[in-house]
Design a protein around this ligand. Sequence first.
Ligand code: PSV
Ligand code: MN
Length: 427
Amino acid sequence: MKINPQHINEFNEKHIGIHRHQFDFLADTLQKNDIDVNRLVEKIGNFQIAIPSWALGTGGTRFGRFPGGGEPASLEQKLEDVGLLHALNRSCGAISLHIPWDVPENIDNIKGLASELDLKFDAVNSNTFQDQPGQKLSYKFGSLCHTDKAVRQLAIDHNKEVIQYGKDLGSKAITVWLSDGSNFPGQQNLRKALSRTLDSLKDIYSALPEDWKMFVEYKPFEPNFYSTVIPDWGTSHLLASKLGNKAFCLVDLGHHLPNTNIEQIVATLMMEEKLGGFHFNDSKYSDDDLTVGSIKPYQLFLIFNELVEGMEDKFSKNPEPAWMIDASHNVKDPLEDLLQSVEAIKIAYAQALLVDRAAMEDAREKNDVVLAQEILQGVFRTDVRPLIMQSRLKDHAALDPLSFFRDYKIREKLINERGMDSYATGL
Ligand code: PSV
Ligand code: MN
């Protein structure tokens, strides 16, 4: 299904009155503080977040899955769903494919459909954490770190194949996440496992086109519970540094032990110009896959505060990171969940843009701890939603995408089109 732009106009007309009132009030206050509101709105509008092809179906846990119907059953339908999101908020202009969950069978058709929907292809993702039907050798005891050279070669070849798919589609990066690790003390020679992983990554890196990046994702546990080969940002940074200047670290918010200071990791990686990609989600415990900003919105803001600090620093050579959501839950409509996540990301980004960096630095130089906190929390407590709505209005998106989704019964229409038992591939 496609959204009729006329419906978006009608919807916006209904809501414009209250929006104008709220926006004018906020814009007036900001202007009095010498903030260029038009520039701010433009920046917010330009911020794009890629949608992973595996987040469009209902997420499951190992205990069950409760799909709500109308899920995309093919890659074409997944593109259509991302196209729907993008039409609603003009902020999701890219899709990230996981191979082999989503193999593009007919590259020209897929590229044609993507360009019709105004979508780009973000990083491609390899999968050596599951065995595929008919696979001769198993990843049960690891992939790039495996003791058996033949298994390592299988995993290396798979990554090279994924790069080839990405080249065909116009992607510019590959994300490598490994589940490699061990479940029991003594199971693995930790030093050798890391060294073999580095050698395998070097081989994959050698197949990387000149204008590509490789993102090395880390995770402290799951599905291995004693050790993972790339457990933390330090190990990811070590590998990325040894690989070369096309390799970067990828921070997934769910891949930290409770209370980790993620904003500090962001600052460190940006200082080293090695922050390449970001996977957004939220969690109470670790990799919970909850909607972005649903549990720790202040932490999300603090992370964005560091990101913006790095991005606005004209001396920093850290490239703009690739932004992606990596979450899908089992009790929400996946599209509604993604709309909420994008909104939370935009709110945190907009707030971070509002931080008075000169005043912050001044407070820090004077060791005025109280003032530094006041500045940060003053911004965090500002309702910036009218700025985000204004950017959508300018970009012909829905003022309130979630209400539009419900008012125009988009899920009901998708169920009518695809049926109740249409399921998406993925986890
Ligand atoms: C692993 O937990 C991960 O964060 C990686 O990015 C995978 O590609 C993705 O989730 C799979 O759902
Ligand atoms: Mn991830």
